[in-house]
Design a protein around this ligand. Structure first.
Ligand SMILES: Nc1ncnc2c1ncn2[C@@H]1O[C@H](COP(=O)(O)OP(=O)(O)OP(=O)(O)O)[C@@H](O)[C@H]1O
Length: 598
């Protein structure tokens, strides 16, 4: 329960809605208890006057009596209707305040979690599954909403109703009150336990449903692999099994659900019988009137649902507490990569130094960069080459401060990047990652992601520089073509070049390309490199690659192995070393010759 205290700040910011909601609840209940009081008065009026009516029945006065009585009954009927309308109106206002408040809190909480996710660093995302992140922002927040809305509404209604009705009942007859309300706690308890069973079954169904969804999703995205390995039947069988389990659980839940309403009706019936039985004796003994008995029967009915909701509210609160605990776990995680106190933005010229840098991935213990020293001067073009897993991408991640090294310093324009404002640093570096990620949006907007203020001419220029403009114009809708699930499927090379265009449009002083030409053919690669020459003229560029770009004149080429620089120099210098670089170059030359010959 203590976890729910985290929500108090929302109750404080929506205090007026909460207070008004509770006030409307109380007013609606006050109007609703007029109905049993009036019914009692009608019954009493009837039973007092019935003898008089019998006496007058054979005289001419009966007509006058009947017409007067009809007027009285009509008055009561209209009054009951007016009070019911007033009670309903305030019930409407109660929902408008409390339920609307719960929607606002749901919205704020989702935003708070989403914003927090945006602040957290890569390490957090490596350590938690996407499904887990999603379920906390969707399912857990929905459960919190049930607590901040319906649970508060039902609980306050039950409380007000109980206080008022029990007070009115006690005024009439304490003994009958005791008999009437004694089955109610039992009802609340029964509903609580039935609800727990329903909840447990629903949880199982929910997880089976998400299992079915992921099986389906995986098989749609992997449909080419499934078809080429002729695994359609196996895939269908897998889906069938998951569906069967889901069906069984759903039927079992339906059975429990079917018990719920009859159990409630039985409880209400038993309470009404008890009230009529004990109340009837009290009427015969002259302790209460027939009107009181009718009044009590209505009270019992009025108390039933609120009491049944006590069980539901208890379950809602328990579930919300568990969800809030899960949400708090994430909200309490502090990002590790943050602005250090006094961090300032500073203009970066493109001078980069790595001094004795060592970096170990915290959750795997893999040391990807070891005692690394490198100086890249302003405007230099540097190629980083090395076997897979040698630490090339890690080096790029350290430069844009996705991680902080455990030892040594990364300096830009002679300032440790830890002392620079994080946004300012990342704004001045364009990083084109190895794994292309494009959003389900238009091509233009995907490129514009690098510079949201860019006009279409700038977008077109970036696409031209990345040698993808022709491809884009070949689509019917050109730059406005939607990509992603519902749009055009792009080839691997097209995606890579759009990703490059996104990096180029940003136009900063420092560019990092992380193996982002692997999916383009040799001719396109030459074209892009030709364009890049002019573009990168005054910029510092780090090009991580598996392939040697002999055409590009790098100021420096470094070869990494197990997180260390093992070779460094110009193209000619490295060739003369007869090491990894010259071996890679010879292999590449052979492949190219074979391609030409074939
Ligand atoms: N996020 C991560 N968490 C833990 N270990 C990682 C992570 N990323 C990379 N590593 C490990 O660090 C080492 C260096 O990886 P890195 O991605 O920097 O190599 P790379 O040279 O870029 O490889 P490739 O050319 O295949 O992209 C590898 O052993 C890899 O398994």
């Amino acid at each position: 329960m203590k976890h729910l205290a985290a929500l108090n700040k929302y109750f404080i910011s929506y205090k007026w809605r909460l207070i008004l909601g509770l006030l409307f609840t109380a007013i609606s209940i006050v109007f609703s208890v007029f109905q049993p009081i009036m019914v009692r008065q009608i019954f009493d009026l009837l039973s007092h006057n019935i003898d008089e009516y019998r006496i007058l029945a054979h005289t001419g006065l009966v007509g006058i009596f009947r017409s007067d009585f009809t007027h009285v009954l009509a008055f009561y009927g209209i009054s009951i209707l007016i009070f019911a309308l007033l009670s309903g109106f305030f019930l409407f206002l109660q929902r408008q305040t409390l339920i609307v408040m719960s929607r606002h809190i749901e919205y704020d909480l989702k935003n708070e979690i989403y914003q927090h996710y945006q602040q957290l660093d890569l390490n957090f995302f490596k350590m938690h599954r996407t499904g887990d992140l999603m379920s906390r922002i969707t399912e857990d927040v929905s459960r919190i909403r049930m607590y901040v809305g319906p649970a508060i509404m039902y609980a306050s209604r039950t409380l007000f109703l109980m206080v008022i009705i029990v007070y009115l009942m006690l005024k009439v007859n304490p003994l009958l009150t005791l008999y009437t309300i004694s089955p109610l706690p039992l009802l609340a308890l029964t509903i609580y336990f039935v609800n727990r069973v329903i909840h447990r079954k629903s949880e199982r169904i929910q997880s089976q449903l998400s299992n079915i969804t992921s099986i389906a999703q995986e098989s749609y995205s992997g449909i080419r692999v499934i078809k080429s390995y002729i695994q359609e039947d196996a895939s269908t069988k897998h889906f069938d099994e998951a569906s069967e389990a889901y069906k069984e659980s759903s039927i079992s839940l339906a059975k429990t659900d079917a018990l719920f309403q009859p159990a409630m009706a039985l409880m209400i019936g038993l309470s009404v019988i008890l009230t009529i039985f004990v109340g009837g004796i009290q009427v015969i003994q002259g302790n209460i009137t027939v009107g009181n008995l009718a009044e009590f029967v209505i009270y019992v009915n009025m108390l039933m649902f609120p009491f049944a909701s006590v069980g539901m509210v208890a379950t809602m609160v328990q579930r919300a507490a568990a969800s809030q605990q899960r949400i708090n776990e994430f909200l309490q995680i502090k990002p590790e990569i943050v602005n250090t106190p006094g961090a300032k933005s500073s203009q970066l010229t493109g001078d980069i130094k790595l001094e004795n840098v060592s970096f170990t991935y915290p959750h795997t213990g893999i040391t990807a960069i070891k005692n690394f020293n490198l100086h890249i001067k302003k405007g230099e073009k540097v190629a980083v080459i090395g076997r897979t897993g040698s630490g090339k991408s890690t080096l790029a991640q350290l430069l844009i401060r996705m991680y902080d090294p455990q030892e040594g310093a990364v300096k830009m324009s002679d300032k440790n990047i830890r002392e620079l404002a994080l946004d300012g640093l990342r704004e001045q570096i364009s990083y084109v990652p190895q794994d292309v990620f494009l959003f389900s949006d238009t091509i233009a907007n995907n490129i514009r992601f690098g510079d949201p203020t860019a006009n279409i001419e700038k977008v077109q220029l970036a696409a031209r520089q990345a040698s993808v403009e022709k491809d884009i114009l070949s689509f019917n809708q050109g730059f406005e073509t939607e990509i992603g699930e519902r749009g055009v499927t792009l080839s691997g090379g097209q995606k890579q070049r759009i990703s490059i265009a996104r990096g180029l449009i940003k136009n900063p002083n420092i560019m990092i390309f992380d193996d982002c030409l692997s999916a383009v053919d040799a001719r396109t690669e030459k074209e892009i490199i030709g364009n890049l020459y002019a573009y990168l003229k005054d910029k510092t560029a780090i090009i991580i690659t598996h392939r040697i770009f002999a055409l590009f004149e790098f100021d420096k080429i470094i070869v990494l192995e197990e997180g260390r620089i093992v070779e460094s120099g110009t193209h000619e210098e490295l060739l003369s070393l007869n090491g990894y670089y010259s071996e890679l170059y010879a292999r590449q030359q052979r492949n190219e010759e074979e391609e030409v010959n074939s």
